[in-house]
Design a protein around this ligand. Sequence first.
Ligand SMILES: Nc1nc2c(ncn2[C@@H]2O[C@H](COP(=O)(O)OP(=O)(O)OP(=O)(O)O)[C@@H](O)[C@H]2O)c(=O)[nH]1
Ligand SMILES: [Mg+2]
Length: 420
Amino acid sequence: MFIDKVKIYIKSGNGGNGSASLHTEKYVANGGPDGGDGGKGGDVIFVATSSEDTLNDFHYQKHFRAGDGANGGRQRSFGKQGADIEIAVPVGTVIKDEEGRILADMFADGQRTVLLHGGRGGRGNWHFKTSRRQSPSFAEHGEKTREYCVTLELKTVADVGLVGFPNVGKSTLLSVVSDAKPKIANYHFTTLSPNLGVVKIYDQTFVMADIPGLIEGASEGAGLGLNFLRHIERTRLLVHVLDISGSEGRDPLSDFELINNEIYSYDARLKELPMVVAANKTDMPDSEYNLQRFREKYGTRYQIIPMTAIIREGVDELIVAVAKLLRDLPPVRPLEFEPVFLQQQVGDDFAIDVLDKDVYEVTGGLVEQLCRKVSLDDYDSFGYFQKVLRDKGVIAALRKLGATDGSTVIVGDIEFEFVD
Ligand SMILES: Nc1nc2c(ncn2[C@@H]2O[C@H](COP(=O)(O)OP(=O)(O)OP(=O)(O)O)[C@@H](O)[C@H]2O)c(=O)[nH]1
Ligand SMILES: [Mg+2]
């Protein structure tokens, strides 16, 4: 099993409720409000790690919730903060929302990105004490958070990508130039998931990725195709491995065209990547003849390196050529994207719709904020609610739209009569 794309569900913690406690003490009459604030909910944090190279763990666990903040208590005691949750993902994981917009690129080892912030704790009643309201019997509710569905997509971070038909010797090449030990065998689709290897040459090192073989239609999902093209998207250079002997009955020249077509129709930007040709299996019959034909056709456009990977012949030339090209290429960079935030900041804007004759509905961030505050069955609390509507200009706006005494006003779940 190799999972490199998965949907998961994440939720930050709810904020704890503020307390509406009133201080009581023997022999102290009306000690006043002493309800503490609710704790903040925990954050959802993604952490990139190079010690994982698949998203397989997410096959078993798909739901991640940070801890809720605790409610505030008496004597102004604060509710405890909810515990953060840290989700470890392999380096190169791109996080997207349900519409496919990029939220984060977990590009660098150790990178930490807070994707969801915990809900704010509600304020305790002592915050609402005023000269006219000595003992507010209401407090603010903690902010409730919602669950989001996000997609994790692994896009391997490597300098060099090996591409080519199945069985041409890509894994063999990786095994002789790096410390990687990929499976090698004489049949198609031996490699089922990308292998990474570190190549060292003099004082230079680079990472090479061997991906499963590509076939015609790969860019539309044929074979293992599409899934793995994702892993060469952010390489700096491609090595196109060919069976130059045509030992399986295909013409290496048409192999070359066909695979390039698949790669470029998957993502036209890949055309900008330099490509070096590794003409492999030169120990087999017909390779000399094919190599000559290949050189005639492509010799001016591509650097072509004949090799016999199985005995490591020609391999050093390839590595030297690749290392030299890499020196002048820009480093692998994180994706460029417009940052999108899952959680919208709730502002205190509002809008009023006239639903019917004399029926007005108030919507917007202000309403969302108000509705998490104060339970409105409480007289005190309702007074506070009205005050906010007045202070923020909602009452004036209603009046302007024609609301008069007795008009119905709807704010969130609450319906009340307008009293000027
Ligand atoms: N004669 C010869 N055989 C080779 C050479 N390089 C690799 N092979 C053989 O070709 C077969 C396929 O090699 P792999 O390295 O598994 O090929 P691959 O491109 O990774 O194949 P997939 O993972 O299926 O895409 C194996 O039997 C290798 O031993 C070579 O230079 N000459
Ligand atoms: Mg292979």
